[in-house]
Design a protein around this ligand. Structure first.
Ligand code: ZN
Length: 72
């Protein structure tokens, strides 16, 4: 078990669970092929479409579905 569990457990766009971490706050959904950029302090996830040339196009934002309220 990885103690540093990924905060994105399911893709906010398609609901798929094939979300992998690219590093930092960047994630990738293997189901809908969107890149997900997490903004933890804002509780939001930006969604980016990736074209054939690797360019990112913002396609929207979603709220992070928090199971545990942040403790500060
Ligand atoms: Zn997805």
């Amino acid at each position: 078990m990885d103690r540093d569990q990924a905060p994105i457990l399911a893709c906010p766009a398609c609901g798929g669970h094939r979300v992998g971490r690219l590093g930092g706050n960047n994630y990738y959904c293997g189901d809908c092929c969107l890149e997900l950029l997490l903004h933890p302090s804002r509780g939001r996830i930006e969604l980016f479409d990736i074209d054939e040339e690797g360019n990112l196009t913002a396609v929207g934002t979603r709220r992070v579905q928090e199971r545990h309220p942040p403790v500060h």
